[in-house]
Each structure stands twice: as C-alpha cells, then as structure tokens.
Design a protein around this ligand. Structure first.
Ligand code: CA
Length: 219
C-alpha cells in the first residue's frame, strides 16, 4: 500500500491512478488529518509526501512519521529545487525527493526504485521494529536504551549514508533532553559495545571524518 499525501486533489488523483495502473494499492490523503493515527493502525509500504500542505509543513510531517515509524520509505515531493530544500527533506528523513513539475511516470519509476532497495534487513541483517522499539541483529534482540534505539534506527534508515551529529541529536532529542555533541559520541560508544556482543555482526557504526557516523555493512 502506498500513501500519496497531496492537497491538490487533481494532482493527487493522477498520481494515484498511475500507481494503481502500475499495480500498486494506493490511498490518497488531501491533508495530514488522520494520517498519523492511521499510521499507527495500518502503516503503508511507502509514502509520497507533498512538501507544502495546508496546516503543516511536509518537512515537519516527515519528521513526525520518522519518529512513529522509522522504516517507511518516504519520497518528498517539492516545488523547490534549491540545494538547501533538497537537504532539508533528506535531513528530515526522506529517502528520496522529486521536484514539481514531474511526470507521473517518473514518480512511479522513483517509487519502484525506492521499494527495490528493499528492506533494510537484506542489507544489514538488522530488523528495526519501530512500533515496539525493538532492534534485532541476526534475530538477537539488542538491549538498548531509548536514545540508543533512536540513534540506531536513524542510522539504519539509509545504510552507508552519513548522518551528522546534529541530525543524530535531533533524532534522539525526545528521549534525551540533555544532549550535546559529546552525548552522541558516548551513545555510539555504548551501541558499538552492545553490537560487538553479537556473533559476526553484519554491520558496524563507522565514523565519518568531520561529520558524524554511518552504518556500514561488513562484508
Ligand atoms: Ca501542496
């Protein structure tokens, strides 16, 4: 099931129809109303999210979704093309973005690409259960603090992609009120220690010089 969140009903309907024609199940939301609640009940496999919605910024909504359901792929639809807008979307946790105007066919192709990247566990043997806040590596549950869980869930969204300390800080802020750059380093240290207890860990948390950290698969 794919959700399309688009307040311009005509555009939303066109996208929906193209996705249905491509054999996806699709549901259209014309506002954020009810979306977060529905997300708890029956989450979709992917969300196409318009950046400009009435009442809420798509960036903020993207962050909310990430907090509730960390693994759902999100494609941000934006009318802006500035580098900073692109970065805003990615920093808020979007997996990809597409600029208006786009052809519906292009969007369908993008959806297929993001879905093809496949579930994370394929790449890292890591399973993140955001609803129950449980992380498993090779079927072994890790005993993590809430902040460590959020940190790992954030890094796990895009293995190989570097996350800055600031991004990681904002990911754990709801769990850890008194956070600093240093706190990220110490959470990472603890996470690494816990991961090292797993037999043949399939990935590691690598430092990215001058920036922060990323999740790296171990071959
Ligand atoms: Ca809009």
């Amino acid at each position: 099931m794919i959700w399309v969140v688009e307040d311009e009903k005509k555009i939303g309907e066109v996208i929906r129809q193209y996705l249905i024609d491509a054999n996806y199940e699709c549901r259209l939301f014309t506002s954020a109303d009810g979306l977060l609640r529905q997300l708890e009940i029956d989450p979709p496999g992917l969300i196409v999210l318009d950046r400009k919605l009435p009442g809420i910024d798509g960036i903020d909504l993207c962050r909310h979704i990430r907090r509730l359901r960390s693994q759902i792929p999100i494609i941000m639809v934006t009318a802006r093309v500035e580098e900073q807008d692109r970065l805003d979307g990615l920093q808020a946790g979007a997996d990809d973005y597409i600029c208006k105007p786009f052809s519906p066919r292009e969007l369908v192709a993008r959806v297929a690409t993001v879905l093809r990247r496949g579930p994370l566990q394929k790449q890292t043997a890591l399973h993140i259960d955001a609803a129950n806040r449980v992380a498993k590596v090779r079927e072994q549950a890790l005993d993590l603090t809430p902040a460590e869980f959020s940190l790992l869930a954030t890094l796990a969204r895009s293995p190989g992609r570097p996350y800055s300390r600031d991004q990681l800080l904002s990911a754990i802020q709801s769990e850890d009120r008194d956070v600093s750059d240093r706190a990220i380093d110490s959470h990472v240290k603890n996470l690494r220690r816990k991961l090292s207890a797993v037999k043949q860990p399939p990935f590691k948390i690598a430092a990215v010089y001058g920036l922060g950290y990323c999740l790296k698969a171990i071959d």
